[in-house]
Structure formats: structure tokens, C-alpha cells
Design a protein around this ligand. Sequence first.
Ligand SMILES: NC(=O)c1ccc[n+]([C@@H]2O[C@H](COP(=O)([O-])OP(=O)(O)OC[C@H]3O[C@@H](n4cnc5c(N)ncnc54)[C@H](OP(=O)(O)O)[C@@H]3O)[C@@H](O)[C@H]2O)c1
Length: 336
Amino acid sequence: MSLPKTMRSLLQPSATSTDLTLTTSPLPTPERNSTEHLIRVHACAPCAGELLWPKNFPPTKPRELIPCPDIAGTVVSAPEGSPFREGDEVYARTNYIRPGNARDYTIGVTEELALRPKGLSWAQSAAIPVSSETAWQALFIHAGIVGDGAGDIIAAREAWKGKRVLVTAASGGVGMWVTQLANLLGATVIGTCGSNNVSLVRSLGAGEVLNYRETSLREWGARPGNKVDVVIDCIGRKSLEDAWWTVRDGGVVLSIFQPPRQVRPEDYKGEGVRDVFFVMVPNRKHLEEITKLVEQGNCRPIVDSIWPLEQFQAAFKRLDDGHARGKIVLDLSLTQ
Ligand SMILES: NC(=O)c1ccc[n+]([C@@H]2O[C@H](COP(=O)([O-])OP(=O)(O)OC[C@H]3O[C@@H](n4cnc5c(N)ncnc54)[C@H](OP(=O)(O)O)[C@@H]3O)[C@@H](O)[C@H]2O)c1
């Protein structure tokens, strides 16, 4: 395959500036004797808040600050021994140690890539990895309900059966995956979202939906029978603070936004509640399980909006406004 000498690439100029610029740069080159693949990017997706990561969580080795951790694309070249070949259609949440994927060509390693689900558009495929893998790892590993996180759905169903889970921001990128997966595992899901998204969150499997603009979680949690076994918080701050009042003694408050104890109410008197924060790790096996669930029709991605690369400013504004319904995606085949 003949390759161009240069490509489009979105750059964050420094860790302290969130003003992205569209530049032209040489193609990345896979490292020799590694598991790196060169991938032609068809679509990529940003993650909420990611332009603050370089400042708050500096990469261990300095690197180009290219946003968008999620890709869907075609393998251009694969290293010896790879399970993937030239032409394979793959997707991934690529590791934070390397630049992201808002560029025409990128690098993906064997440990994070999976074949993308059949029957989806490129944009739908790029909407899946970081959100679904985070939800998977919350439910199968970090909530502590299932032992080892190996992805045994039958054992996980036994462990989750009958559990009550509160998911905050259930209409967001991660929340909609937590809602779908927890529902599949047999838990009773209560989701929070705005009024526009109530029917969407219900359609994803929530048995009860709370409009966060109208419902006080403290009051809701005080009503008989409402307490939950697990909170999975996807928004942090005030929502997470209020969510403490909904968990039963001995339950779990898990957040993907911040350590829950940072906002535990001073007058909270519950006992034995475990609080958990984690950062997801790209994992091929988890993504392969998600692929199967999507192909079987058990889960689906939701795309909020699709933008050409050149309209990155409008796309990031929509993301930063915090009201996306599902994922925002950049489709690199679109012209502005
Ligand atoms: N720890 C990790 O490994 C990890 C992994 C992935 C993401 N994250 C982080 O998790 C956070 C969520 O990411 P995301 O992609 O799911 O976010 P997102 O898609 O940007 O979330 C937007 C959604 O949140 C809803 N929302 C806003 N305020 C709300 C509130 N107070 N209560 C309930 N819903 C509310 C919005 O609904 P309305 O329009 O109705 O307001 C909208 O649908 C981000 O901070 C991201 O960086 C962490």
C-alpha cells in the first residue's frame, strides 16, 4: 500500500493550553521488535475532560499531545506474530503513554486492539472502546462483586443477580454502558440523567430513572426500599456527594471521576461502605467481550454527533459543555 508522506494531526500545544490546532505532520512509524501496528484512522472519539489530563496526569514520558483515545480504523501494517493482518478492521482505546488518535494514521498495539463489531459504521465503532471498557472494568473488577474480572458472564450474573445499582450520568458515554451491562448482569439499575434523556436511559435497561434536575438523591435514598448496593458515579462533584446517601451499609461507592471520599458528606453516618476510584486500562480481552455483546445485539453504542476533523473546535465545545448524549465522534472521511 502506498502511503502519503504527511497527514493531518490535531495537536494540543502544551499541557497547560487546551487550544487545539490542526497541523500537518509525518506519519508515525511503528517501533521495530514491538507489537505496534500502523493504523489508518477512519473515526476517532475524544473523552470528556481529556484536555486537562496532560496537566493533571502528565504522561510518564513526554510525548506529542494528540487527543482522542478511541479509534476505529484499518490495519496498514502488522508486526510479526500479530493476530491482526493488513486490511483488518479494528478498534481500540489506545494507551495514554502514546499520543492519541486525532490524526489520519496512528499506532495501536496488540494488547489493546480488537476486531470491530460487524455491521456498525466507523463512527459507531469509535464510540465504543473507552466507555465500554471502563464500564466493564467497573462491573467485573472494581466494584468487588465479581472476584477476578476474568469476564465470565455466567459467574458474574450469579454475583450481580438482585443487586441494586445507582448509575449517575447514565446518558453519558460511560454511564450508558454501565446501564446496559449492569442490566445484562441481572442487576436493578437506577440511572440519573436530564429530562431529555429519560426514555433513552430506560431503553438501555434502567428500571428507574431519576431526573437530576428535580430529584434530591438524599431524599430519594432516605425512602424505604430505595437504598442501593453499589453506586457507579460517572460525573463526580455534587452528584457524587449526594449519591453517598443512597448506598446501604456495607455497600460500595465507586466513581470514575474522583475518589468518592473527597466529597463524602460530613454528616454521613453510614457504616462499612467501601469507596473506590480507578482509571481504566485498555484491555483486548475486555474489548473482545464487548464486540461479542454488540454483535449479539445485547448492547449498542450511542453516537451524540459526528464531525469532520476540521470542525474539531465545535466538537470539543459540544463535549466540554457536558451535555452529550452518548459519544462525540470525529469522522476523518468527512470533508468540512
Ligand atoms: N476513570 C476512568 O478510567 C474514566 C474513563 C472514562 C471516562 N472518565 C471520566 O468520566 C467522566 C464521564 O465521562 P463520559 O464520557 O461518560 O461523560 P459525558 O458523556 O460527557 O457525560 C455527559 C452526560 O452527563 C449528563 N449529566 C451532566 N450533568 C449531570 C448530572 N449532574 N447528573 C446526571 N447526569 C448529568 C448529561 O446529561 P444532560 O444533557 O441531561 O445534562 C450528558 O448526557 C469524565 O470526567 C471522564 O473524563 C474516567
